[in-house]
Design a protein. Structure first.
Length: 216
């Protein structure tokens, strides 16, 4: 593996969306990989990040955060989202994130969840338990922190969202330029402060839909 293929815990930026732009009306979505959305004169640019809202028909993408790939005047391609087997889209909108706050004191990020429930399909003829995968568990992201004062804009946004049970969009830019985006409900930031030590903390985010990723 080439060195450039490695993700290293250095120069990694963790951001939380702080400003949402005007929702763009979406009139169509292809059932494809990648999916292409139609939104007349949307004025979005490639690599924009946002989420889907008030979706009819293709309810699987309600609240889903994505990063846009190719764009034209009236369409945009969704990065890392396969809608081939989804129901037909009837209505909805795309809400872009227009400004970000950096979680500057983040020290780690761990992606978990997504494991499937195990469904028992064993019959009387079987000598070994038979299983099929059921629903996937919600994906979760745990972000480690150095404890900060409330002067941190990003922490203020996260604390406020946690208290109101609101969802936020997060963007992680790895050292190789690749980007991961997700939308989810954060926990209130915790703290662990001991005498003579640098305080630490953590945030847990329960993801709405899937974590999506895209190349630099």
């Amino acid at each position: 593996m080439a060195q450039g293929d490695l993700i290293i815990g250095r120069g990694v930026r963790v951001e939380v969306g702080k400003t949402e732009g005007t929702a763009k009306t979406v009139t169509g979505m292809t059932l494809a990989d990648p999916c292409v959305a139609t939104s007349v004169a949307h004025a979005l640019t490639a690599k924009s990040v946002g989420y889907f809202n008030n979706v009819g028909g293709m309810v699987n993408i309600e609240g889903q955060a994505v990063r846009l790939a190719a764009v034209t005047t009236d369409t945009f391609t969704l990065g890392d989202l396969d809608t081939t087997d989804y129901p037909a889209f009837t209505s909805g909108s795309f809400v872009p994130i227009t400004a970000w706050a950096t979680l500057a004191k983040s020290t780690s990020i761990a992606e978990g969840g997504g494991e499937a429930d195990k469904l028992n399909t064993t019959t009387l003829l079987d000598n070994i338990r038979q299983e099929r995968n059921g629903l996937l568990a919600a994906e979760t992201l745990n972000i480690g922190l150095l404890a900060e004062s409330l002067a941190s804009e990003a922490l203020q946004i996260i604390r406020r969202a946690a208290r109101r049970s609101q969802l936020l969009v997060f963007r992680v830019t790895w050292n190789n330029g690749d980007v991961m985006v997700f939308r989810g409900e954060p926990s209130k930031p915790g703290r662990d402060v001991q005498q003579g030590q640098v305080g630490t903390g953590s945030i847990s985010v329960t993801v709405k839909g899937f974590v999506t990723e895209g190349a630099a």
